[in-house]
Write a protein that binds this ligand. Structure first.
Ligand SMILES: [Zn+2]
Length: 305
C-alpha cells in the first residue's frame, strides 16, 4: 500500500538525518507496484549508514510509533509550531499539512499516511545506487519487504555457491576473486604486449603489422595498434581468437589513404560485425576466415605503397 510505504520513507529519512546529523534533501519519492525509490541529494551515503537506519526504522515500527497530522495556514506558522520541520520549500504554498511520527520526525507533506508505524510491519532497503548528484535508495515494506528478504537471501546463497564461499566471508572471497582477476589480466596484457612487439612489419615503404593470434588481451591489441599508427605509413591488421569470438582490429596512420570501415566490411563479408572510424576499426570475424581476411587486408595495404 502506497500510504504505508510512504510513511516508512518518512521514518527512514528522519533516521538518516539523525545518524548523519544533517538535513537531507529528498528530491522525490517514487511508489510503484514492484517497489519504492527515494532520491536523496547527498554527496556520500554508504551501506553501513543504510543498515543502521534500517535497524532504527524497524525498531520504531516494533514500538508502534503513532502518526499524527496537523494543518497550518502557512509554512511560516507550521515552522513556528514545529521547529524541527522538514519541508521542501519551493513545493509548498498556502495551507500546510504537517505529518509527525511521534518523537521522531516532523515533515510537511500532502500525501496520505498510515496512522501508526506498526502498519509498515517490516522495512527493507533492497538497493543503493549512486547517480550524479544523488543516491537512489530502493525500499519495500510489509509483505513485499518479507518477500524481498527471502529472494535476496536466496541470491546471496547462490552467490556463495558460485564463488565456493562461506556466507561469513563472502565479501573477502569476492574481493580476492576480483583482485586475482585484475592481476591475471595485467599479466595477460603484459604477455600480449611482448607478443605483439616481437612482430616484424611486412613491407618497406608501407609498414604492415599483420598477425593472427589466440587468447591475447583485446584491449592491449587496441593499445598496440594506436601506438603503431602514430607513425606514418603504417597499417595494423590483427585477429585474436578468444573463447567465444575472434576479435579483429584494423588501423592505419593518418597519411594512409584507406577507408578501414569499407576495407573491413569487404574482407570480413556477411558474418563480420564491427566498425569504427575511417582510420580505426574493431570488430568480430568468423574464426575460420580470420587468417584469410587478415591476409587479404594486409596485401591490399601493401599495394597502397
Ligand atoms: Zn508524506
Amino acid at each position: 500500500m502506497e500510504s504505508v510505504a510512504h510513511t516508512a520513507e518518512h521514518a527512514f529519512i528522519g533516521t538518516l538525518q539523525k545518524i548523519l546529523g544533517r538535513t537531507l534533501a529528498v528530491q522525490k519519492v517514487e511508489h510503484k507496484k514492484d517497489g519504492n525509490t527515494a532520491f536523496i541529494a547527498i554527496p556520500q551515503l554508504d551501506i553501513n549508514t543504510i543498515v543502521r537506519a534500517e535497524n532504527m526504522v524497524n525498531a520504531l515500527i516494533a514500538e508502534g510509533r503513532e502518526i499524527t497530522t496537523r494543518t497550518y495556514s502557512s509554512l511560516e506558522e507550521a515552522r513556528k509550531a514545529n521547529p524541527a520541520l522538514r519541508a521542501n520549500e519551493e513545493r509548498i504554498s498556502g495551507e500546510v499539512r504537517v505529518v509527525e511520527i511521534a518523537g521522531h520526525d516532523v515533515t510537511a507533506c500532502a500525501m496520505a499516511h498510515a496512522g501508526n508505524l506498526k502498519e509498515c510491519d517490516f522495512f527493507l532497503v533492497t538497493r543503493l545506487s549512486k547517480t550524479p548528484g544523488e543516491y537512489e535508495v530502493d525500499f519495500a515494506v510489509g509483505r513485499q519487504a518479507r518477500d524481498a528478504a527471502v529472494s535476496l537471501s536466496t541470491r546471496m546463497m547462490r552467490v556463495c555457491e558460485e564463488l565456493g564461499a562461506n556466507i561469513n566471508t563472502v565479501e573477502s572471497t569476492a574481493r580476492k576473486v576480483k583482485s586475482e582477476n585484475d592481476a591475471n589480466f595485467k599479466k595477460l596484457k603484459a604477455l600480449t604486449e611482448q607478443r605483439l612487439e616481437s612482430m616484424a612489419p611486412e613491407g618497406s615503404g608501407m609498414k604492415v603489422y599483420k598477425g593472427v593470434f589466440a587468447d591475447l588481451a583485446d584491449e592491449q591489441i587496441v593499445e598496440f595498434a594506436g601506438a603503431k599508427i602514430a607513425e606514418p605509413n603504417t597499417v595494423v591488421v590483427i585477429a585474436n581468437q578468444g573463447a567465444d569470438k575472434t576479435y579483429f582490429v584494423l588501423a592505419r596512420s593518418d597519411n594512409v589513404d584507406m577507408d578501414c570501415n569499407k576495407v573491413f566490411r569487404d574482407a570480413a563479408g556477411a558474418d563480420g560485425r564491427g566498425g569504427g572510424k575511417p582510420h580505426f576499426v574493431t570488430g568480430v570475424v568468423s574464426k575460420e576466415k580470420a587468417g584469410k581476411i587478415t591476409d587479404e587486408i594486409a596485401s591490399f595495404a601493401l599495394r597502397l605503397n
